[in-house]
Design a protein around this ligand. Structure first.
Ligand code: AMP
Ligand code: MG
Length: 350
Protein backbone atom coordinates (compact mmCIF):
# COMPACT_ATOMS: atom_id res chain seq x y z
CA UNK A 1 0.00 0.00 0.00
CA UNK A 2 1.20 3.50 -0.84
CA UNK A 3 1.13 5.70 2.30
CA UNK A 4 0.43 9.40 1.74
CA UNK A 5 2.48 11.55 4.10
CA UNK A 6 1.02 15.05 4.50
CA UNK A 7 2.34 17.96 6.54
CA UNK A 8 -0.42 19.85 8.34
CA UNK A 9 0.08 23.13 10.19
CA UNK A 10 -2.15 22.72 13.29
CA UNK A 11 -2.83 26.49 13.29
CA UNK A 12 -3.74 26.65 9.57
CA UNK A 13 -4.97 23.23 8.47
CA UNK A 14 -5.22 22.56 4.75
CA UNK A 15 -8.90 22.02 3.90
CA UNK A 16 -8.26 19.56 1.09
CA UNK A 17 -5.91 17.36 3.09
CA UNK A 18 -8.19 17.25 6.15
CA UNK A 19 -11.23 16.45 3.97
CA UNK A 20 -9.29 13.64 2.31
CA UNK A 21 -8.11 12.26 5.67
CA UNK A 22 -11.68 12.34 7.01
CA UNK A 23 -12.95 10.56 3.92
CA UNK A 24 -10.35 7.80 4.30
CA UNK A 25 -11.47 7.16 7.90
CA UNK A 26 -15.14 7.10 6.85
CA UNK A 27 -14.24 4.56 4.14
CA UNK A 28 -12.69 2.23 6.72
CA UNK A 29 -9.00 3.08 6.06
CA UNK A 30 -6.26 3.88 8.59
CA UNK A 31 -4.90 7.40 9.13
CA UNK A 32 -2.17 8.28 11.66
CA UNK A 33 -2.53 11.67 13.32
CA UNK A 34 -0.95 13.81 16.04
CA UNK A 35 -2.49 14.21 19.49
CA UNK A 36 -1.03 16.09 22.46
CA UNK A 37 0.16 12.81 24.06
CA UNK A 38 1.60 10.63 21.25
CA UNK A 39 0.70 9.95 17.58
CA UNK A 40 -2.42 7.81 17.14
CA UNK A 41 -3.33 5.24 14.49
CA UNK A 42 -6.97 5.95 13.68
CA UNK A 43 -9.90 4.00 12.23
CA UNK A 44 -13.70 4.21 12.37
CA UNK A 45 -14.37 2.93 15.91
CA UNK A 46 -17.83 1.58 15.13
CA UNK A 47 -16.72 -0.42 12.08
CA UNK A 48 -15.29 -3.81 13.15
CA UNK A 49 -13.40 -4.34 9.85
CA UNK A 50 -11.72 -0.95 10.20
CA UNK A 51 -10.69 -1.69 13.82
CA UNK A 52 -9.33 -5.07 12.74
CA UNK A 53 -6.98 -3.26 10.33
CA UNK A 54 -5.39 -1.44 13.29
CA UNK A 55 -4.46 -4.74 14.96
CA UNK A 56 -3.03 -6.04 11.69
CA UNK A 57 -0.96 -2.90 10.96
CA UNK A 58 0.50 -2.80 14.48
CA UNK A 59 0.87 -6.53 15.02
CA UNK A 60 -1.14 -5.85 18.21
CA UNK A 61 -2.48 -8.77 20.30
CA UNK A 62 -6.24 -8.97 19.68
CA UNK A 63 -7.08 -8.88 23.42
CA UNK A 64 -5.59 -5.39 23.80
CA UNK A 65 -8.48 -2.88 23.46
CA UNK A 66 -8.34 0.45 21.62
CA UNK A 67 -9.19 3.93 22.92
CA UNK A 68 -12.18 5.60 21.23
CA UNK A 69 -11.54 9.30 20.48
CA UNK A 70 -14.43 11.76 20.46
CA UNK A 71 -14.65 15.49 19.67
CA UNK A 72 -17.74 16.31 21.71
CA UNK A 73 -18.84 15.17 25.17
CA UNK A 74 -22.31 14.28 23.83
CA UNK A 75 -20.67 11.43 21.86
CA UNK A 76 -19.88 9.74 25.15
CA UNK A 77 -23.58 8.81 25.34
CA UNK A 78 -23.25 6.90 22.03
CA UNK A 79 -20.53 4.60 23.28
CA UNK A 80 -21.38 4.32 27.00
CA UNK A 81 -24.12 2.03 28.30
CA UNK A 82 -24.76 4.52 31.10
CA UNK A 83 -22.88 7.64 32.12
CA UNK A 84 -21.23 7.39 35.54
CA UNK A 85 -21.67 10.64 37.53
CA UNK A 86 -17.90 11.20 37.53
CA UNK A 87 -17.69 11.39 33.73
CA UNK A 88 -19.08 14.92 33.39
CA UNK A 89 -16.97 16.25 36.26
CA UNK A 90 -13.79 14.83 34.73
CA UNK A 91 -14.73 15.98 31.25
CA UNK A 92 -15.33 19.54 32.48
CA UNK A 93 -11.99 19.56 34.26
CA UNK A 94 -9.71 17.70 31.82
CA UNK A 95 -11.26 17.37 28.33
CA UNK A 96 -10.03 17.93 25.76
CA UNK A 97 -6.90 16.53 27.36
CA UNK A 98 -4.68 13.57 28.28
CA UNK A 99 -7.30 11.58 30.22
CA UNK A 100 -9.02 8.35 29.12
CA UNK A 101 -12.15 7.14 30.93
CA UNK A 102 -13.28 3.51 31.03
CA UNK A 103 -17.06 3.00 31.10
CA UNK A 104 -19.44 0.12 30.30
CA UNK A 105 -19.90 0.00 26.54
CA UNK A 106 -23.10 0.38 24.52
CA UNK A 107 -24.07 -2.06 21.76
CA UNK A 108 -22.88 0.47 19.17
CA UNK A 109 -19.24 -0.33 19.98
CA UNK A 110 -18.09 -3.59 18.41
CA UNK A 111 -16.00 -6.03 20.45
CA UNK A 112 -13.41 -5.80 17.67
CA UNK A 113 -12.68 -2.32 19.06
CA UNK A 114 -12.68 -3.29 22.75
CA UNK A 115 -10.61 -6.45 22.42
CA UNK A 116 -13.63 -8.52 23.45
CA UNK A 117 -14.32 -6.48 26.61
CA UNK A 118 -17.71 -5.13 27.71
CA UNK A 119 -16.15 -1.83 28.70
CA UNK A 120 -14.82 0.92 26.44
CA UNK A 121 -12.03 3.48 26.84
CA UNK A 122 -12.94 7.03 25.71
CA UNK A 123 -10.87 10.20 25.31
CA UNK A 124 -11.21 13.68 23.82
CA UNK A 125 -7.73 14.64 22.59
CA UNK A 126 -6.45 18.21 22.91
CA UNK A 127 -4.99 18.71 19.44
CA UNK A 128 -6.56 20.72 16.61
CA UNK A 129 -5.63 18.13 13.95
CA UNK A 130 -7.08 15.21 15.95
CA UNK A 131 -10.33 17.06 16.69
CA UNK A 132 -10.68 18.22 13.07
CA UNK A 133 -10.08 14.68 11.79
CA UNK A 134 -12.81 13.28 14.07
CA UNK A 135 -15.28 15.98 12.96
CA UNK A 136 -14.45 15.69 9.24
CA UNK A 137 -14.77 11.91 9.26
CA UNK A 138 -18.19 12.01 10.91
CA UNK A 139 -16.96 8.98 12.89
CA UNK A 140 -15.67 8.25 16.35
CA UNK A 141 -12.03 7.27 15.94
CA UNK A 142 -10.47 4.22 17.58
CA UNK A 143 -6.77 4.87 17.96
CA UNK A 144 -3.94 3.22 19.84
CA UNK A 145 -0.43 4.65 19.62
CA UNK A 146 0.83 4.54 16.01
CA UNK A 147 3.85 2.31 16.66
CA UNK A 148 4.49 -1.31 15.80
CA UNK A 149 3.43 -3.35 18.84
CA UNK A 150 6.29 -3.52 21.35
CA UNK A 151 8.12 -0.42 20.11
CA UNK A 152 8.14 2.95 21.89
CA UNK A 153 5.13 5.17 21.12
CA UNK A 154 5.75 7.74 18.35
CA UNK A 155 6.24 11.34 19.46
CA UNK A 156 6.95 12.72 15.97
CA UNK A 157 5.73 11.83 12.48
CA UNK A 158 9.12 10.38 11.47
CA UNK A 159 8.61 7.63 14.09
CA UNK A 160 5.23 6.77 12.54
CA UNK A 161 6.81 6.64 9.07
CA UNK A 162 9.47 4.26 10.44
CA UNK A 163 6.81 1.84 11.75
CA UNK A 164 3.80 2.31 9.44
CA UNK A 165 5.00 3.34 5.98
CA UNK A 166 3.39 1.08 3.38
CA UNK A 167 0.87 -0.32 5.89
CA UNK A 168 -1.67 2.51 6.19
CA UNK A 169 -3.41 4.99 3.90
CA UNK A 170 -2.17 8.30 5.32
CA UNK A 171 0.08 9.92 7.92
CA UNK A 172 -0.71 13.48 9.06
CA UNK A 173 2.48 15.22 10.20
CA UNK A 174 1.57 17.92 12.71
CA UNK A 175 5.06 18.23 14.22
CA UNK A 176 6.39 16.86 17.52
CA UNK A 177 3.83 16.20 20.27
CA UNK A 178 3.63 18.34 23.41
CA UNK A 179 3.38 15.77 26.23
CA UNK A 180 5.17 12.67 24.95
CA UNK A 181 3.65 9.95 27.16
CA UNK A 182 0.25 8.29 26.76
CA UNK A 183 -2.94 9.46 28.49
CA UNK A 184 -3.82 8.66 32.09
CA UNK A 185 -6.46 5.91 32.11
CA UNK A 186 -9.14 6.00 34.83
CA UNK A 187 -11.58 3.12 35.26
CA UNK A 188 -15.02 4.43 36.28
CA UNK A 189 -16.60 0.97 36.40
CA UNK A 190 -14.83 0.21 39.71
CA UNK A 191 -16.52 1.06 43.05
CA UNK A 192 -13.52 3.32 43.76
CA UNK A 193 -12.20 4.98 40.57
CA UNK A 194 -8.94 3.32 39.64
CA UNK A 195 -6.01 4.60 37.57
CA UNK A 196 -4.99 1.78 35.23
CA UNK A 197 -2.18 3.72 33.54
CA UNK A 198 -0.40 6.71 35.10
CA UNK A 199 0.02 9.79 32.90
CA UNK A 200 0.21 13.55 32.85
CA UNK A 201 -2.96 13.80 34.96
CA UNK A 202 -2.16 12.38 38.39
CA UNK A 203 -4.39 10.45 40.85
CA UNK A 204 -4.20 13.51 43.13
CA UNK A 205 -5.57 15.83 40.40
CA UNK A 206 -8.38 13.35 39.68
CA UNK A 207 -9.23 12.90 43.32
CA UNK A 208 -9.42 16.68 43.87
CA UNK A 209 -11.94 17.09 41.04
CA UNK A 210 -14.04 14.07 42.06
CA UNK A 211 -13.97 14.80 45.77
CA UNK A 212 -13.37 11.11 46.39
CA UNK A 213 -10.49 8.70 46.71
CA UNK A 214 -8.81 7.51 43.50
CA UNK A 215 -6.57 4.45 43.71
CA UNK A 216 -3.78 3.13 41.51
CA UNK A 217 -4.17 -0.36 40.01
CA UNK A 218 -1.95 -2.55 42.25
CA UNK A 219 -1.14 -4.65 39.16
CA UNK A 220 0.99 -1.90 37.62
CA UNK A 221 3.10 -1.28 40.69
CA UNK A 222 4.17 -4.90 41.15
CA UNK A 223 7.47 -5.55 39.38
CA UNK A 224 6.89 -9.29 39.47
CA UNK A 225 4.00 -10.99 37.71
CA UNK A 226 2.05 -11.78 40.88
CA UNK A 227 -0.80 -9.41 40.04
CA UNK A 228 -2.27 -8.87 36.63
CA UNK A 229 -2.76 -5.25 35.55
CA UNK A 230 -6.38 -4.43 34.71
CA UNK A 231 -5.62 -2.66 31.42
CA UNK A 232 -4.68 -5.54 29.11
CA UNK A 233 -2.04 -3.40 27.37
CA UNK A 234 -0.11 -2.82 30.59
CA UNK A 235 0.95 -6.47 30.83
CA UNK A 236 2.96 -6.39 27.62
CA UNK A 237 6.63 -5.41 27.57
CA UNK A 238 5.76 -2.20 25.77
CA UNK A 239 8.05 0.67 25.02
CA UNK A 240 10.99 -1.65 24.82
CA UNK A 241 14.22 -0.85 23.00
CA UNK A 242 16.04 -3.78 21.35
CA UNK A 243 19.06 -3.59 23.68
CA UNK A 244 19.10 -4.81 27.26
CA UNK A 245 18.24 -1.85 29.50
CA UNK A 246 19.01 -1.31 33.18
CA UNK A 247 17.84 1.55 35.41
CA UNK A 248 20.08 2.63 38.28
CA UNK A 249 18.48 4.38 41.27
CA UNK A 250 20.09 6.18 44.21
CA UNK A 251 21.95 9.38 45.11
CA UNK A 252 23.36 11.22 42.09
CA UNK A 253 27.07 10.53 42.73
CA UNK A 254 26.48 6.85 43.57
CA UNK A 255 24.43 6.41 40.39
CA UNK A 256 27.15 7.97 38.22
CA UNK A 257 29.81 5.73 39.79
CA UNK A 258 27.72 2.56 39.36
CA UNK A 259 26.81 3.32 35.75
CA UNK A 260 30.44 4.05 34.88
CA UNK A 261 31.41 0.67 36.40
CA UNK A 262 28.76 -1.13 34.33
CA UNK A 263 29.84 0.75 31.20
CA UNK A 264 33.47 -0.25 31.76
CA UNK A 265 32.56 -3.95 32.09
CA UNK A 266 30.81 -3.89 28.73
CA UNK A 267 33.47 -1.82 27.00
CA UNK A 268 36.19 -4.18 28.21
CA UNK A 269 34.31 -6.88 26.28
CA UNK A 270 34.25 -4.67 23.20
CA UNK A 271 30.54 -3.87 23.45
CA UNK A 272 29.00 -0.50 22.63
CA UNK A 273 26.81 1.05 25.33
CA UNK A 274 24.56 4.07 25.77
CA UNK A 275 23.74 6.04 28.91
CA UNK A 276 20.56 8.06 29.45
CA UNK A 277 21.56 11.05 31.56
CA UNK A 278 20.44 14.54 32.47
CA UNK A 279 21.93 17.93 31.59
CA UNK A 280 23.47 17.99 35.08
CA UNK A 281 25.26 14.62 34.77
CA UNK A 282 25.92 14.11 31.07
CA UNK A 283 29.61 15.08 31.25
CA UNK A 284 30.27 12.58 34.09
CA UNK A 285 29.96 9.43 31.94
CA UNK A 286 32.64 7.55 30.01
CA UNK A 287 30.21 5.77 27.65
CA UNK A 288 30.39 5.68 23.84
CA UNK A 289 27.07 7.45 23.67
CA UNK A 290 25.45 9.70 26.26
CA UNK A 291 21.87 10.71 25.51
CA UNK A 292 20.63 13.73 27.41
CA UNK A 293 16.95 13.67 28.33
CA UNK A 294 16.82 17.26 29.64
CA UNK A 295 17.32 19.11 32.89
CA UNK A 296 16.57 17.03 36.00
CA UNK A 297 14.10 19.64 37.25
CA UNK A 298 12.24 19.94 33.93
CA UNK A 299 9.87 16.97 34.11
CA UNK A 300 7.85 18.04 31.08
CA UNK A 301 11.00 17.89 28.95
CA UNK A 302 11.90 14.45 30.35
CA UNK A 303 8.45 13.09 29.40
CA UNK A 304 8.65 14.73 25.98
CA UNK A 305 12.07 13.25 25.11
CA UNK A 306 11.80 9.75 26.63
CA UNK A 307 10.40 7.78 23.66
CA UNK A 308 12.56 9.58 21.08
CA UNK A 309 15.62 8.62 23.11
CA UNK A 310 14.53 4.97 23.38
CA UNK A 311 14.12 4.92 19.59
CA UNK A 312 17.54 6.49 19.14
CA UNK A 313 19.02 3.66 21.19
CA UNK A 314 17.63 1.21 18.61
CA UNK A 315 19.16 3.17 15.73
CA UNK A 316 22.55 3.31 17.47
CA UNK A 317 22.65 -0.46 17.71
CA UNK A 318 24.09 -0.60 21.24
CA UNK A 319 24.36 -3.77 23.34
CA UNK A 320 23.17 -2.18 26.58
CA UNK A 321 21.52 0.97 27.85
CA UNK A 322 21.99 2.31 31.39
CA UNK A 323 19.59 4.96 32.59
CA UNK A 324 19.33 7.20 35.60
CA UNK A 325 15.99 7.36 37.47
CA UNK A 326 13.63 10.29 37.02
CA UNK A 327 11.50 10.39 40.17
CA UNK A 328 10.09 13.86 39.52
CA UNK A 329 7.36 15.29 41.77
CA UNK A 330 4.30 15.42 39.48
CA UNK A 331 4.59 13.11 36.45
CA UNK A 332 7.50 11.07 37.79
CA UNK A 333 5.17 8.13 38.42
CA UNK A 334 4.15 8.07 34.74
CA UNK A 335 7.71 8.52 33.51
CA UNK A 336 9.09 5.78 35.77
CA UNK A 337 6.25 3.44 34.75
CA UNK A 338 7.40 3.72 31.10
CA UNK A 339 11.10 3.62 31.90
CA UNK A 340 10.80 0.50 34.09
CA UNK A 341 8.70 -1.24 31.45
CA UNK A 342 11.32 -0.42 28.83
CA UNK A 343 13.88 -1.98 31.17
CA UNK A 344 11.72 -5.05 31.84
CA UNK A 345 11.90 -3.92 35.52
CA UNK A 346 15.70 -4.37 35.66
CA UNK A 347 16.60 -1.89 38.37
CA UNK A 348 19.76 -1.60 40.48
CA UNK A 349 19.53 0.33 43.74
CA UNK A 350 22.79 1.91 44.93
P1 AMP B 1 -2.57 2.66 23.49
O1 AMP B 1 -3.66 3.45 22.87
O2 AMP B 1 -1.69 1.95 22.53
O3 AMP B 1 -1.81 3.51 24.43
O4 AMP B 1 -3.27 1.54 24.33
C1 AMP B 1 -4.50 1.73 24.98
C2 AMP B 1 -4.41 1.29 26.42
O5 AMP B 1 -5.71 1.37 26.97
C3 AMP B 1 -3.96 -0.15 26.56
O6 AMP B 1 -3.12 -0.29 27.68
C4 AMP B 1 -5.27 -0.88 26.78
O7 AMP B 1 -5.12 -2.09 27.44
C5 AMP B 1 -6.07 0.16 27.59
N1 AMP B 1 -7.52 -0.03 27.45
C6 AMP B 1 -8.27 0.28 26.37
N2 AMP B 1 -9.56 -0.07 26.57
C7 AMP B 1 -9.63 -0.62 27.80
C8 AMP B 1 -10.69 -1.21 28.58
N3 AMP B 1 -11.91 -1.28 28.11
N4 AMP B 1 -10.37 -1.68 29.81
C9 AMP B 1 -9.12 -1.60 30.29
N5 AMP B 1 -8.07 -1.07 29.60
C10 AMP B 1 -8.31 -0.59 28.38
MG1 MG C 1 0.50 1.90 22.71
Amino acid sequence: MQTRIETVDPQRMDETIMAEAGRLIAEGELVAFPTETVYGLGADALNPEASAKIYAAKGRPSDNPLIVHIADFSDMARVALELPPQAKLLSDAFWPGPLTMIVNKSDAVPQATTGGMDTVAVRMPNHPVALELIRRSGCLIAAPSANTSGRPSPTEAAHVVEDMNGRIAMILDGGPVRIGIESTIIDLTEPVPMVLRPGYITPKMLSEVLGQEVILDPGIIAADDTRKPKAPGMKYRHYAPKAQMVVVDGKEQAVVTKINELVKEKRDRGEKVAVIATEETRSCYEADIVLCIGRRTDEDAIAQHLYRILRECDDLDVAAIYSECFQTPRIGQAIMNRLLKAAGHMIIEV
